[in-house]
Design a protein around this ligand. Structure first.
Ligand code: SF4
Length: 158
């Protein structure tokens, strides 16, 4: 079983109630997928204020060295940690092999995050849920890596 960010599976769970469509469901049709939204599992509403990690990465949040803040200055760190813990619990109970997550999200980001200034500037690092899964030896792949891999596979197909 593979975890997938719910917004990549057609769920309208983004902070603005949007989704990223269902293209990934087609790419991943051979696999058993379990959609999860860490922010909803952390009791945040939809729609909700956009949030960014201030002072580091998801790993820093787990270590207590950074916070997750909304654009209006609300501290949602506890919600993000709770959501990550819920996703880890789901993963362990369902023998999940890996996750495919939405890039740049403060929960699901894999390689890049916004820097906490809400200015669109990116830093290297993963989100809170990504960090917790990786700490527990569950591989997390970026949706962008997967797109590239699938496109290459299709192009090279005889
Ligand atoms: S990126 Fe992750 S936390 Fe954000 S809406 Fe998608 S599934 Fe939920």
């Amino acid at each position: 079983m593979i975890l997938i960010s719910a917004c990549l599976a057609g769920r309208n769970c983004r902070y603005d109630s949007g989704t990223h469509g269902t293209d990934y469901l087609k790419i991943m049709e051979k696999y058993v997928l379990m959609p999860v939204c860490p922010e909803q599992l952390g009791n945040l509403s939809t729609p909700r204020q956009p949030a960014e990690i201030l002072g580091g990465t998801g790993l820093d949040v787990i270590k207590g060295n950074a916070k997750v803040m909304t654009e209006e200055g609300g501290d949602v760190t506890r919600n993000f940690i709770q959501g990550a813990a819920e996703v880890l619990d789901i993963a362990l109970k369902n023998y999940v092999q890996c996750a495919v997550f939405k890039e740049r999200s403060p929960s699901c980001g894999c390689r890049y995050l916004y820097d906490g200034t809400f200015s669109g500037k990116l830093i290297r690092g993963g989100g809170v849920t990504t960090a917790l899964l990786k700490q527990n030896q569950i591989p997390v792949f970026s949706e962008e890596d997967l797109t590239a891999a699938c496109l290459i596979k299709r192009i090279l197909k005889p």
